[in-house]
Design a protein around this ligand. Structure first.
Ligand code: ADP
Length: 486
C-alpha cells in the first residue's frame, strides 16, 4: 500500500502543536505495517538542511506552478524520517515558506497552501509515484481531493488514487475570499450557488476537504460525534452529518520513545511507576529554576497550551479569584493571544511564589513540566484529541480535564471507593466546574495513598500508535476497495 502523507508540520522539523507529533510518528508505524510512505511538508526557513541532511532531488528538478497570474517554482528536498525508511519530501519555495511563522495572516496565506498542495501533486507526477491513498491533514491540504477530481483528473497516474482527509481541529477552516478560486484555478461552479467549497460567501479549504475526500477521519471517537452537532461543528455540522457514514474517529497515539519518564533525556531525573523519587526531584528542580519555594505538600499544577480560547483559558481567567484561594503553585508554558499572555505575566508579577510562566515555545521545558508537575490542567472548550493529557498520564502527572473530545476518551474520573480512574474531569464549561475539579484534585493530592493509586493507574496505561495505525490501514484499504469498485 503506497501512502502519500501530506501535512504542514512534523516533528522534528517543524512543530506548533499536536499535528506535528502525529505526522512525525504515525508514518513510521504505518511503515511497520507494510505501507510505503512518502511524507510531504513545506520547507520552512527554520528547517536546518545540514542538521537533517537534506538533499536536493534532481529527478524532480524545477516545477513551475501557475498561481495568481504568476509562475512560481517549487523544488523538492528529501531525507529519511529517523529510524525508518519513510521518505520526507520538503516542498521548497522561499517566496512562500521563508516567513517568521509557519502560519500567517499575510494576504497570500491562501496562495501559500494552494501552492503547497499543487506542489505535492506535481512532485508525485515527477517522481512517477502513484499513491493508493493521499492522506491529507487539516485545511491547508483540503484542496488536494478537489484538485485530483478536477484539475489533475487528466493524469492516469492518479486513476486509482483515493483520498483520506483528517480533521485535527475543525475550528481552523482556511476561509478566504472568493478571489482564491482564480488563484487555485478552481472552476466557479464549485462555488456558486451554495457550491461545495462555498461557506457563507467565503471559500473554505476545510469544506473542500470534507466534501471531496473519499474518507474523513478525526482524532478521537467522541470528537467525531461532537462535530456533527451545532455546538462543535463550527458551521460544517450539516455537511459532516451528510457524510457521517464516511466519518471515523481514531485516537492519536503517543511515541513513548520520546515521552516516557523512564528514558526521557530532556529531564534531569528519570523515574518509573515503581520509584517516583525522580519525579519529586524534577519538581524541586523545576521550582528552583523558576525561583519558587519547594514544598512537597503543595501541589504544582502545570499547563502547557496554545493560549487561545479553545483551551479553556477564558473560564480559567473567570475563576481566578477562587483558584487563588486554593493552596497550590502553578507553572504555565505557552504562547498565543495577547490577553492571555498578559494575564499570566501579571500573575507571575503579583504572585511570584505561586505562579511561574514561560511565554513562548520550548520543547525541553514541556518535558520538564510534564515530569515536575503534580497535576496537569486542560479545561478545553473543545479538544479534538489532545496529547498533553496522555503524556501526563505516563509522567504520573494527574490530569484535570473538561469532559470533551479526546479528553473524554482518555481521562476517566477518579472514584474514591472503587479506586478507579486516572484523573479528574468536569462537564460544564464554567469557572465553577473548573474550580471544583481542581479542588477535588488538590484535596486528593493530600491523601498520599489515593494519589499514588491514581498516578499508577495512569502510568500503566498504554496509548501507543500500534492500534491507531492499524485502524488507519483498515481505512486506507476501505478507500482503495471502493475506488476499485467505482
Ligand atoms: P494542539 O495541537 O491543539 O495545540 P495538543 O495537546 O494536541 O494540542 O498538542 C500540543 C502539543 O504541542 C504537545 O506536544 C505540547 O507539548 C506541545 N506544546 C504546546 N505548547 C507548547 C509550548 N509553548 N512549548 C512547547 N511545546 C508546546
Amino acid at each position: 500500500m503506497k501512502i502519500a502523507f501530506v501535512c504542514t508540520e512534523a516533528v522534528p522539523f517543524a512543530k506548533t502543536g499536536g499535528l506535528a507529533d502525529v505526522a512525525g510518528v504515525l508514518p513510521k508505524y504505518l511503515e511497520r505495517l507494510g505501507c510505503e510512505i512518502k511524507l510531504f511538508i513545506p520547507k520552512y526557513y527554520s528547517i536546518d538542511e545540514t542538521k537533517f541532511n537534506l538533499h536536493y532531488n534532481w529527478e524532480v528538478g524545477e516545477i513551475y506552478i501557475r498561481i495568481g497570474g504568476h509562475l512560481r517554482s517549487a523544488h523538492v528536498y528529501q531525507c529519511k524520517l529517523v529510524d525508518s525508511n519513510v521518505e520526507i519530501n520538503f516542498i521548497d519555495c522561499p517566496h512562500y515558506f521563508h516567513r517568521a511563522h509557519f502560519y500567517t495572516n499575510d494576504a497570500d496565506e491562501d496562495e501559500r497552501f494552494i501552492f503547497f498542495s499543487k506542489g505535492v501533486i506535481e512532485a508525485l507526477q515527477r517522481l512517477k509515484w502513484a499513491p493508493d491513498v493521499i492522506h491529507c491533514n487539516d485545511w491547508q491540504t483540503g484542496l488536494i481531493p478537489l484538485f485530483l477530481k478536477d484539475n489533475y483528473s487528466w493524469d492516469k497516474l492518479f486513476e486509482k488514487t483515493s483520498t483520506l482527509f483528517t480533521i485535527h481541529n475543525i475550528g481552523y477552516q482556511g476561509k478566504f475570499q472568493k478571489t482564491a478560486l482564480a488563484k487555485a484555478e478552481i472552476d466557479e461552479k464549485y462555488f456558486f450557488p451554495m457550491g461545495p467549497v462555498e461557506f457563507y460567501n467565503d471559500f473554505s479549504f476545510m469544506k473542500s476537504g470534507i466534501f471531496f475526500s473519499d474518507i474523513i477521519t478525526t482524532v478521537s471517537r467522541t470528537y467525531a460525534k461532537e462535530i456533527l452537532t451545532n455546538d462543535y461543528g463550527a458551521g460544517l455540522q450539516n455537511l459532516l452529518f451528510e457524510r457521517r457514514n464516511d466519518l471515523y474517529g481514531i485516537l492519536n497515539g503517543v511515541e513513548y520513545s520520546t515521552w516516557n519518564p523512564e528514558s526521557d533525556d530532556q529531564i534531569p531525573f528519570n523515574y518509573s511507576v515503581d520509584n517516583l523519587e525522580g519525579k519529586l526531584k524534577n519538581k524541586e528542580y523545576l521550582l528552583n529554576h523558576f525561583g519558587m519555594t519547594f514544598d512537597n505538600d503543595v501541589p504544582l499544577i502545570g499547563i502547557i497550551s496554545r493560549m487561545v480560547e479553545q483551551k479553556g483559558l477564558d473560564i480559567f481567567a473567570e475563576s481566578l479569584y477562587d483558584l487563588l484561594k486554593i493552596r497550590a503553585q502553578w507553572i504555565i508554558l505557552g504562547s498565543g493571544e495577547d490577553k492571555y499572555e498578559e494575564l499570566f505575566r501579571e500573575l507571575v508579577l503579583n504572585y511570584p511564589d505561586k505562579f511561574a510562566a514561560y511565554i513562548g515555545f520550548n520543547n525541553e521545558l514541556s518535558h520538564l513540566v510534564e515530569a515536575g508537575a503534580d497535576i496537569f490542567l486542560m479545561p478545553s472548550r473543545y479538544e479534538p484529541c489532545g496529547l498533553n493529557q496522555i503524556y501526563s498520564l505516563k509522567y504520573g502527572t494527574v490530569p484535570v480535564v473538561r469532559n470533551t473530545g479526546g479528553l473524554a476518551d482518555t481521562i476517566k474520573d477518579w472514584h474514591d471507593y472503587k479506586n478507579t480512574g486516572n484523573g479528574f474531569s468536569f462537564n460544564d464549561y464554567s469557572g465553577e466546574a473548573l474550580v471544583s475539579a481542581v479542588k477535588r484534585a488538590v484535596e486528593t493530592f493530600m491523601d498520599k495513598i489515593a494519589w499514588k493509586k491514581i498516578q499508577a493507574n495512569g502510568m500503566k496505561e498504554d496509548f501507543t500508535w500500534d492500534s491507531s495505525a492499524e485502524e488507519y490501514l483498515k481505512l486506507y484499504k476501505l478507500a482503495v476497495s471502493r475506488k476499485n469498485k467505482s
